[in-house]
Design a protein around this ligand. Structure first.
Ligand code: ATP
Ligand code: MG
Length: 383
């Protein structure tokens, strides 16, 4: 019988809370496979997925590799632990012209043959069965793993597939991600979800200066992130009024800094309302004028909530790498305008002084603009 063996990572370490983490992990696995029939069993230190439609193996594996908290998986053949059964399976592998190594793990000492001895026996059988096969203990193309478990069954596999690692989603509270249409913020959301945080998103637009396509792009990004984050709620809020007022009343070089301060305030209010305890941004130190230490100090100072910036020490190329891996990159690089590119100053201030920021900010009615913006909120749920 074909099964999928799942190994988990850090959940192991969780002492007294382990049950909470494991139960959540299992719930997340079931949710990610909700469109398939299957059974899930707990073995010691791993899970076994069985009774699924084998023609769907690839799709099922693809989904499982995106469940945070899982470390790796193997597609295995499960047989009762008798040497003949194992030999039968091994003879059906495809090892022609391949280098290989056999690794037996005898967790059940009832099995009559010692692991070293069994490795040797199976190795000889493979050499005799497959033309051009060759033993390579150090760097084989295929590692034939024979896992003889205490439950009376043996699992034979030839490939270990890496999963997403991290902590199970929904074990670390909730964060509100400031989601632009750019490359960075989806990656930031991914990293925080990887630590178990439930992620909700907030997106600011400047319609009609930004287009309907820009909005659709953000919804598409959220849908893509859903592969890892499950369903996701997006709060969509207009900052058109705010940008117009800043543009009309304040020094142009302060546009972005003032706008960012308004965004932070709005985000904190929305976070409080939806039960999120932190904000998340895709900022990376020094990447642009609004992300220098001085700019971050200014935007940070208007909120009390912690702001998580998982990409703060990342290079752009490293971020792009991850964006490609999680498949958000191709959506992010579509050309539609983000609200920050509207009214863009020629010389955005890179080292805003706080007294000057406050002086510029005093030229707009912060509270009134906040209320007006919050009143434009629209909520979209993506499943
Ligand atoms: P990104 O690629 O995430 O857009 P960026 O390199 O374009 O980042 P900025 O435009 O300076 O950088 O934005 C910094 C962070 O501010 C973003 O990562 C995001 O978290 C937040 N942000 C910027 N614009 C918006 C927006 N329109 N709606 C929501 N959040 C935004
Ligand atoms: Mg941006």
């Amino acid at each position: 019988m074909k099964v999928i063996l799942l190994r988990y990572g850090e959940v192991f370490l969780k002492g007294n809370n382990r049950k909470f983490f494991e139960d959540t992990l299992i719930r997340n696995i079931k949710k990610s496979l909700s469109q398939y029939d299957f059974s899930l069993k707990r073995l010691s230190g791993r899970y076994e997925i069985s009774d699924f439609d084998e023609s769907q193996t690839k799709n099922i594996v693809n989904r499982l590799t995106k469940v945070f908290g899982l470390h790796s998986l193997s597609i295995a053949t499960k047989v009762e632990s008798e040497p003949e059964n194992i030999i039968d399976v091994v003879k059906q592998l495809d090892l022609t012209n391949k280098t290989f190594r056999v690794t037996t793990n005898r967790a059940s000492k009832i099995f009559p043959i010692h692991s070293m001895e069994f490795n040797k026996q199976l190795g000889e059988i493979i050499l005799n069965t497959f033309e051009g096969s060759k033993v390579d203990l150090h760097n084989p193309t295929v590692e034939v793993k024979i896992d003889i478990r205490e439950n009376g069954y043996t699992y034979i596999s030839t490939q270990t597939i890496k999963c997403a690692d991290g902590m199970p989603l929904h074990t670390a509270g909730k964060g509100l991600l400031l989601l632009s249409g750019g490359i960075d913020s989806p990656v930031a959301g991914y990293y925080m979800a990887k630590r178990g945080l439930t992620v909700e998103a907030i997106h600011f637009h400047s319609y009609p200066y930004t287009s309907e396509l820009a909005r659709q792009k953000v919804l598409d990004l959220a849908r893509k992130m859903g592969d890892y984050l499950g369903s996701i709620r997006i709060h969509i809020i207009s900052v058109t009024n705010i940008q117009e007022q800043i543009h009309k009343n304040c020094h142009p070089d302060y546009m972005i800094n003032l706008l960012r301060r308004m965004m932070m305030r709005i985000a904190e209010k929305v976070a409080e309302k939806c039960g999120a305890g932190a904000l998340i941004t895709g900022e990376s130190l020094g990447q642009v004028a609004s992300q220098t230490l001085e700019s971050i100090t200014s935007t940070n100072s208007v909120v009390k909530m912690p702001i998580f910036r998982p990409l703060i020490g990342f290079d752009k190329l490293e971020i792009i790498d991850v964006a490609q891996r999680i498949d958000t990159y191709n959506i992010s690089i579509l050309p539609y305008e983000d609200c920050c590119t509207v009214f863009l100053p020629k010389n955005p201030i890179t080292k805003p002084k706080i007294d000057r920021v406050l002086k510029e900010e005093s030229k707009i009615d912060v509270e009134k603009l906040l209320d007006e913006s919050l009143a434009t909120e629209e909520i979209v749920d993506i499943n």
